[in-house]
Design a protein around this ligand. Structure first.
Ligand SMILES: CC(C)(COP(=O)(O)OP(=O)(O)OC[C@H]1O[C@@H](n2cnc3c(N)ncnc32)[C@H](O)[C@@H]1OP(=O)(O)O)[C@@H](O)C(=O)NCCC(=O)NCCS
Length: 172
């Protein structure tokens, strides 16, 4: 039986943005966890990385080594909740695990470390938006004490269907 690889979590670098982009684009094409229809270009992925870091938000990656090469197996980040001064202590989280590295505890580890980083950076309210049917994200958020704020019915549309979105919030 194949051994479960060893992972490390570290702050992301600009070079990681390519692999992060691939992980995001897989979800764009295959799931409703990301509501874009079209893939993000590498340039836009790099621009996202730079804007996020410049805005004072963390991006963490979990990496492992495959055939001697470091591979990004997942990432967690914070970003702007709403671009108004009074919301500066709030942030929305993103958490994506590469589909080949799921159910190995990486989502839990990355979210734990992201929340610790959020606290260290003095954020107060961490917000998530979870699309209907995303059982893994709901369970993970609940495990960390996020409370369900409310569900917006059918405010998303992808793959020819209406999709609900639920806001969750954790005060640090
Ligand atoms: C949701 C996601 C982040 C979970 O990551 P993961 O590394 O597979 O999760 P973990 O292995 O750390 O699991 C932690 C807990 O989450 C829950 N969970 C994870 N995946 C699940 C699934 N598919 N169904 C039900 N529960 C699940 C379980 O409670 C699990 O605890 P357990 O292992 O003790 O049963 C991952 O599936 C993912 O990246 N999905 C696509 C992108 C996405 O949906 N991002 C979140 C947007 S809010």
């Amino acid at each position: 039986m194949a051994e479960t690889p060893t992972y490390i979590v570290r702050p992301a670098t600009e070079a990681d943005s390519l692999q992060i982009n691939d992980i995001v684009n897989y979800e764009v094409m295959h799931s409703v966890s990301n509501f874009n229809y079209g893939q993000r270009s590498q340039e836009d992925g790099l621009a996202w990385f730079k804007t996020t870091i410049a805005g004072g938000y963390p991006i963490l990656v979990a990496t492992t080594v495959v055939d001697g090469q470091e591979v990004v197996a997942g990432y967690a980040s914070l970003g702007v909740f709403r671009a108004k001064d009074g919301f500066r202590f709030s942030a929305e989280y993103s958490l994506y695990i590469h589909h080949e590295h799921r159910k190995r505890g990486l989502g839990r580890i990355l979210l734990r470390d992201l929340l610790a980083e959020a606290k260290a950076r003095n954020f107060h309210a961490i917000i998530g938006s979870i699309s209907g049917g995303n059982e893994g994200s709901f369970r993970l958020a609940k495990e960390f004490g996020f409370r369900v704020v409310g569900t917006m019915k059918e405010n998303g549309y992808k793959f020819d269907q209406w999709i609900d979105n639920t806001f969750v919030e954790l005060l640090l």
